[in-house]
Structures are given as C-alpha cells and as structure tokens.
Design a protein around this ligand. Structure first.
Ligand code: KG4
Ligand code: ZN
Length: 337
C-alpha cells in the first residue's frame, strides 16, 4: 500500500510517500519546502504569509515528491492529510488539496491528527511490531510538550503537559532574547555545544516528584534577567547561556519521562517533535533509558522530528476509518487526547 501524506499545519509544506511492505513503513520520499527564511525576518511564523506560501508550493512539492519516489497517481492507494491542530489558514491549504486530489483521482482520503503523526514518527522505516506495549510517547515541539500513555496502537491518554510555554517555544523565545535567528532550537543547540552549562544556575520547573506537568515561562524570564545583567556581551557569554538554558530545559523532560515510564510500566519510549532533533536530548534520553532495564527508545532520524509528510502518511496507514472527502475539514484545535 502506498500512502501520500500532506503536512501544512505550520511553516513547512511537506509531502511524504510511504510504502507499507510486510508491515514496514518504508519512506520512499519526504520532500519539504521550508519557509524558515521567509519567517525569519519577522522573528516567528506569520499565519497569513505561511498560508500563501503553502498555496504556492503545495502542488510543485507533491509533483517533486512523486517524481523522486517514481510513482504516479495510479500507484497511490491513500491520501493522508493533517487536519489539525495547527494554524487554521495553513491547514486549509493541505486539506483543500487533499479533498480535490481525492475527488479528482478517486483515491480514499483520511484526516490525521498532527500530534499522532509525531507520536508514531519513529515508525519510519520500522514496523508497528517494533513497539512493545505499553508504551509512553514524548512529544516535544514548538506547540506541544506532552507525555502520552500508549497502551496499544491508536489508543492515547494524556498524562503530562506544559502549563504555559512549550519547550520548543522556550528555545525560540530564548534565542530571540539573545539575538539569535529564528527558529531558535537548532541555533541554541549549536551555541550550547561550545558552552559551559554550569555557569548559570537557571531554575528547573515543577520538580515535585508526583507531577508530570512542565513549565517554561520562568526559565525564559531567568534567561532574560541574566542577559540584561551581563554587561560584557561576548560570544562566550551567549554560548554559556545557551548551554545552561539547554540543560535547565532538558532536566525536567528527562526526569518526568523516566517517572512516566515507571508509572505506566512502559517498555517502549516513542520520541517525536522538532525538539527531538536536539542532539543533547537524544543523548540524555538514550542514557536514561539504559537505567530502566527491559525498555527501549524508538526515535525518528533528526530530519523526521520536525514537521514532515512521512509521519502523516504513516499515521494515515494505521488509520482504520477513512474520511469521506466531502466531510474533510481543517480543525485547528483538534485535541488528540
Ligand atoms: O515539530 P515542529 O517542526 O513544529 C511544531 O509542531 O511545533 O517543531 C518545531 C520546534 C521549534 O520550536 C524549533 O526551535 C524546535 O522544534 N527545534 C529544536 C531543534 N530543532 C528544531 N529545538 C531544540 N534543538 C533542536 N536541534
Ligand atoms: Zn509538529
């Protein structure tokens, strides 16, 4: 079965083509038109600009992805599209494209939840059999910081989330304070690699043992104060703040994910979301999982952590029920759990 996945929930127009071969989700192509350079001059994503760019790039991106994967419309068995959550005007472009293509080529279509896409993104080039249940999913992105219990495939319970900013948002806002370009996550992790993470003792939020909630607004403010107090703005200072910030942002993620794994008696940790591309987070989760015997970490390769069409195609492959194209709608506040 070949699935075409369409993702336009934020600032990436991304098309994935996934071939399910004996249960394995083989990614034949993942083609992304990034809008980063366009939004950089505004310091963040401007929804109307994002929607216009999606409208301009969606058909060329689909054509390119199909050409590279060497498939024609006759080969596509299913179209999967992100219907929410996300920016309404941006989602509409993907949803309208999916409706039209479904009708035109007579191909079944399915609405996919963007967060479910991140949850199962680690299945790229793997099979669902690689997950041993119960599992816990950690979704860390620009809009979400969530721990989700996954007792079986397609069944999700929210067990922890942020009470204010998402962790990716904290990376982006901190980068802005330090004068680093948007998006802040990759830039902060680059700067942090050369910095001293012990120079600034930034606060670790909500350390209570029984809480799986996250909070990032206090950390963001502490960075702002530290930056304002330091009069000598050297490259070394930026590196040390980034390294200290990164450890403070990641500490609660490591400890709460470990706690969630133990509470759920989980045997698999599924990682997803843009911040999952962070090398230090990947390394620390790998170390943490080794302290829990009988558990394993499934993580997507860095290019499939940030928004992508391949994860939407995989979620669409797992879906049991199709969406009649006439009923397909964008739902910007669609909660997975
Ligand atoms: O999943 P994603 O592409 O979009 C949302 O669904 O939000 O995540 C984007 C977020 C941004 O906040 C970006 O700064 C962050 O992921 N990010 C990173 C890294 N790469 C992307 N954060 C930390 N380290 C990275 N290497
Ligand atoms: Zn996302």
């Amino acid at each position: 079965m070949v699935i075409l996945g369409i993702e336009t929930s934020c600032d990436d127009t991304s098309i994935g083509i996934v071939d399910v071969q004996r249960g394995r989700f083989v990614v034949r192509e993942n083609c992304t038109a990034s809008q980063v350079l366009i939004h950089r001059k505004y310091g963040g994503v401007v929804p109307e600009v994002a929607a216009r760019e999606h409208a301009l790039t969606i058909l060329p991106t689909i054509t390119t992805a199909m050409k590279r994967a060497k498939v024609t419309w006759k080969d596509i068995d299913r179209i999967a599209v992100t219907a929410g959550p996300g920016l309404h005007t941006a989602l509409l472009v993907g949803v309208e494209a999916a409706r039209t293509l479904s009708w035109l080529h007579n191909i079944p279509v399915v609405a996919v939840n963007h967060i479910e896409g991140h949850v199962i993104s680690a299945l790229a080039n793997r099979s669902a059999r690689d997950i041993s249940f119960p599992a816990v999913a950690l979704v860390v992105s620009g809009g979400h910081t969530e721990l989700i219990a996954v007792p079986k495939l397609g069944s999700y319970q929210l067990i922890g989330k942020t009470i204010d900013d998402a962790v990716g948002e904290a990376f982006d806002k901190t980068a802005k304070v330090l004068g680093l370009p948007y998006p802040g996550g990759p830039e902060i992790s680059r700067q942090a690699a050369g910095g001293d993470s012990t120079r600034f003792a930034f606060p670790r939020a909500l350390p209570q043992k029984n809480s799986l909630s996250f909070s990032y607004s206090g950390l963001k403010t502490s960075v702002l104060y530290a930056w304002q107090e330091e009069k000598r703005r050297t490259p070394r200072l930026v590196q040390d703040i980034c390294a200290s910030f990164q450890e403070a942002a990641l500490d609660p993620i490591i400890s709460k994910t470990r706690q969630a794994m133990m509470e759920q008696r989980a045997t698999t940790l599924l990682l997803g979301g843009g911040v999952a591309a962070n090398a230090r987070l990947r390394q620390r989760l790998e170390e943490m999982i080794q302290t829990l015997p009988g558990t394993k970490l499934l993580r997507p390769e860095p290019s499939l952590c940030t928004d992508n069409g391949a994860m939407i195609a995989i979620a669409g492959a797992l879906a049991k029920k199709m969406t009649p194209w006439k009923d397909l709608e964008a739902n910007p506040s669609w909660e997975l759990v």
